[in-house]
Write a protein that binds this ligand. Structure first.
Ligand SMILES: Cc1ncc(COP(=O)(O)O)c(C=O)c1O
Length: 398
């Protein structure tokens, strides 16, 4: 690297700082729980995606420990070489069975992360119909879907957020070839739920695939936590489903589930599955326990409690200048506006013992910087009372 490059780096970083766009990591000193130690301070956190409170659940932690004892620390190779263990296979079988009610002949593949899963599924799709595939992507889709489509090097039409009319027109104008509609299940920065049934109806009319990224729905939505497809009661072999396992499931990784033939193709072509060391088998071992909890009565109770928290959150008094977004999920964003204002709001709340992250561009559109509150079944109603006191103490007109 030349001196010139170093100067440019220094300039770029100070520009980000001036614009209120510099991202910084805070260091936690305790497990993922509502009460966390951060940079030496104990805070009440509203910013993890641990929606069911399983990340530090004693049974899941014990299963991880047991998994390491049985399977060792690392998998040693990629899935197609020697890293695919019995327990990875068992996890994929459980996930495939969970999805079988919604996708005929469903099978699942376990990836190291949701980001990798999305890159894998989109590039495998593009490889299936080389030069003859078009993606249709919701304007608010997650970065990993956007990056996956870029990596696929295929044409993509972006439709206005949840605008079915716009999507239908784009599909109609597109001609022949493979078509894939791509949507978050629960939108990660707004918290609203995709109009999944309507999307499927349009896909069925147009002979398109529907790829649902249910990173924030899996575990949270549906009677047994099977996610958005269960929540709305959908079933079709045109669905490709991605669910993450590091959020509500509390561990790490993600899975793609689809018709067995497509999953066979994924094993041949999903480069982020093939060309990376398999996640430690101990994680798969722990996930089997967390999936059991998720589908059990305890899982139901945790989801019911989360629903109660979401309702209590909706009743909190908010400063008039902040705009509550319409969300019925555990993601409850409050749009503050400018970068400077959201950073101040986040710092003020921190001074009152609350940790909530300030989300700015490019993650969200300019001038819609927001506090993204996330709720977890590990929170209590008393935690929301503490948040209420902090909001009232900010001396903002409520
Ligand atoms: C909608 C969505 N998809 C995919 C991902 C990526 O998942 P992972 O964190 O497992 O890489 C995220 C993560 O934040 C997400 O919000």
């Amino acid at each position: 690297m030349s001196f010139q490059d170093l100067d440019r780096l220094s300039l770029k970083i100070s520009q980000l700082n001036e614009q209120g766009l510099l991202r910084q990591r805070r260091m936690t000193e305790s497990p993922c729980q509502p009460q966390v130690r951060v940079n030496g301070q104990t805070l009440l956190a509203f910013n993890s995606n641990d929606y069911l409170g399983l990340a530090a659940h004693p049974l899941v932690v014990a299963a991880l420990r047991e998994g390491a004892t049985i399977h060792g620390a690392g998998s040693g190779a990629s899935h197609l070489i020697s890293g695919h263990s019995q327990v990875h296979d068992a996890l994929e079988a459980v996930l495939g069975n969970m999805m079988a009610a919604h996708i005929p002949a469903a099978q699942a593949l376990y990836f190291s992360s949701g980001y990798m899963a999305n890159l894998g599924v989109l590039s495998a799709l593009a490889d299936l119909s080389k030069g003859d595939i078009t993606f249709f992507s919701d304007a608010l889709n997650h970065a990993s879907l956007i990056d996956g489509i870029r990596l696929a090097r295929a044409p993509c039409h972006v439709y206005a957020h949840s605008d079915l009319q716009h999507l239908t027109e784009l599909l109609r104008d597109c001609g022949t070839g493979t078509k894939v509609v791509v949507s978050d299940g629960v939108f990660s920065m707004d918290g609203d739920i995709a109009l999944a049934k309507e999307l499927l109806r349009i896909c069925e009319q147009q002979g398109a695939w529907l790829l649902i990224d249910d990173a924030h729905g899996f575990g949270v939505l549906g009677d047994t936590g099977a996610g958005l497809l269960q929540h709305v009661g959908m079933r079709s072999e045109q669905i490709i489903y991605m669910g993450t396992l590091g959020k509500a499931a509390g561990v790490a990784g993600a899975f793609v589930a689809a018709h067995a033939l497509f999953m066979d193709w994924m094993v041949q072509r999903a480069r982020p599955y093939i060309y990376t060391t398999a996640a430690p088998a101990a994680l798969a071992h722990a996930l089997l326990t967390s999936l059991q909890i998720m589908a059990s009565d305890e899982g139901r109770q945790r989801r019911a409690h989360l629903t109660e928290l979401i309702r209590a959150f909706s009743l909190l008094p908010m400063p008039q200048t902040w705009q509550k977004m319409h969300s019925t999920t555990a993601i409850q964003p409050l749009v503050v506006g400018s970068n400077a204002a959201v950073l101040k709001a986040s710092a003020d709340l921190q001074a009152h013992g609350i940790w909530v992250s300030a989300i700015r561009a490019p993650t969200v559109p300019d001038n819609t910087a927001r506090l993204r509150f996330t709720l977890s079944a590990a929170h209590t109603l008393a935690d929301l009372e503490q948040l209420k006191k902090a909001l009232l103490a900010l001396h903002m007109p409520c």
